[in-house]
Each structure stands twice: as C-alpha cells, then as structure tokens.
Design a protein around this ligand. Sequence first.
Ligand code: NAP
Length: 293
Amino acid sequence: MSARLAFLGLGTMGAGMAGRLADAGFDLTVWNRRRGPAEGLVARGVRSAVSPAAAAAQADVVISMVSDDQASRSVWLGTDGALRGVRDGAVLIESSTVSPGWIRELAAAAAPAGCGVLDAPVTGSRTHAANGELLFLAGGDAALLDRVRPVLAPMSRGIVHVGPLGSGAMLKLVNNFICGVQAAALAEGLAMIERSGLDRDRSLEVLLQGAPGSPLVKTVAARMLARDYTVHFRAALMGKDLRYAIAEARELGVPLETAQAALRSFDRAVGAGRGEADMSVIVEPLRAALTAG
Ligand SMILES: NC(=O)c1ccc[n+]([C@@H]2O[C@H](COP(=O)([O-])OP(=O)(O)OC[C@H]3O[C@@H](n4cnc5c(N)ncnc54)[C@H](OP(=O)(O)O)[C@@H]3O)[C@@H](O)[C@H]2O)c1
C-alpha cells in the first residue's frame, strides 16, 4: 500500500510508531504539539507540519497517538484540528487510549467529510513501539480495517479486530485497569515484604516464579527493585485509564472496586509529584510511609 500518512503525537509511544512507519518507507508527515520531538524524524527526511490540519491535508490515512480524550479532541476537532484539513475519504485511526464514547463522537464528526474512523489502541509499551511489536485492538468496520492493515503492520506483532466502533477502546480499558490493579497490588506486597523483614530478593523470586508472576508484575517488579522510574508508561496516564475504565463500568452497572483502590494508589503518586515518572513509581509513597512510620 503506497498510502500517504499523517501521524499526530510523538510522545513515548508515537515517536517509536512514527519511526517504524518511516523505516517502512511510507510517505509520512508528522505533527507534535511541542516542536522538539519531530526533529529526529525530520533529520531522517520525514516532513513535519505546523498543525494537525496541515499534516492531514495530503494524507490517505491519519493516525493519532496522544495522551487522553481531551488531547484527542483537540488534535481532531480543534481550530487547527485534523478534521479541518482532511481529504474526503481519508481513514482516521485513533490509537490513543480514550473513551469509547469519544470515539463514537469522533466518527460522527468525521462522517460528513466521508472519512471512516477506526479505534485502534495498542498493548505493549515504549520498547514495543520502537521495535514494531505492538498489538492493535481495533474497533470499527472490518473492511475499513483490512484497507489499513498494511499501514499498521510495520508497527505491530498483531492486529485483532475486536468488533464495532469503540470495541477496541473498551477492551483496552479492561486490559489496562487489570494491569493497574496488578501494579497496585505488587506495590503493596513489596511494601509488606520490606517492612516485615522478609528476605526481599528471595521473597520476590517466589512470587515472580509463582502464580502472581504475570508479565506485567515481572516487568514492574524489576523497576520497583531497581528504583528506576525511566518512563515507559507514565503514572498519570495509568490514573487516566483507571478513571475511564471506572466510568465505562459504571455505565454498564459493574462496580470496579479493585480499580477504585488502584486509582487511589496512582492518585497518591501523582499527588506526591511523581505523575510524570513511570507507573512503577507507585511503590515510593508506600516506602515513604514506611520511613515515616
Ligand atoms: N506508554 C505506554 O506504555 C502506552 C502503552 C499503550 C498505550 N498508551 C497510550 O497511548 C497514548 C500515548 O501514550 P504515551 O506514553 O506516548 O504518552 P506521552 O509520552 O505522555 O505523550 C503524549 C503525547 O500527547 C501529546 N499531547 C498531550 N496533550 C495534548 C494536547 N492537548 N494537544 C495535542 N497534543 C497533546 C503530547 O504532546 P507534547 O509532546 O507537546 O506534550 C505527546 O505527543 C496514551 O493514550 C496512552 O494511554 C501508552
């Protein structure tokens, strides 16, 4: 597919994803709110646009990867938003983790321009984005998704068609609230181990080799042990995902009590000024409480 692409949002994930599209040889225009993140790609011959509208102007496919509903609304519907410049019939892909309701609103706003929308959030983190190993959870028309599979392929290890529009967003929120709960439980377990005087390394080895040792728990445990909070996934973004999941579940009549508890852990870290650090930082307020106690 020789599609012309626009990519909006060059954060932790977007920079790696756009890099993969450039590597694959696509005709690519990028945009980021701050100027700096585009520089590396521009040095490799990628075009950088002054606004989402300008980036979208020549594109057959427009992909957005920004932080949340508000950021997504701004890049698509803002004064210089992509919908102001988009060509008739372009395919719009929202890969950010956002609310299913916002995805449906975006699709309604894009329909008059004849643009189809897909929600295609991803699992995987910074290194998976940089290495083209993300898993796309796509919602929307299956034939439309088939048209853009060649665009998603260089960024991914797989593309799952979850169901109608908004389904990818919904599954992603379920996926992430479970991850957030696991990380919060691990932080509390590690704090118990450290306070109780158990041999920390031996105890963690038992947990990680046993039933609690999910891929998420293993990854996060290594960062908590090393106290290395280099960002893979910002703590504030996990708080956002937990909030969106709780709101969606409320609509469905499902009380997300574990997510509520996990959200308190993430809010505590954000309140302590650690929201920009990796999500594994949520153990630190508990360690500080130990020290204080
Ligand atoms: N990191 C992960 O492991 C991971 C994994 C799966 C899914 N996700 C999801 O993927 C999305 C991106 O995550 P990330 O880790 O790449 O986030 P990030 O590093 O915080 O980057 C956020 C991006 O959004 C842009 N942005 C924020 N507010 C904006 C606004 N009002 N208008 C325009 N642009 C705005 C930022 O632009 P500036 O550079 O100008 O601030 C930046 O490009 C999020 O929805 C996240 O939940 C993340």
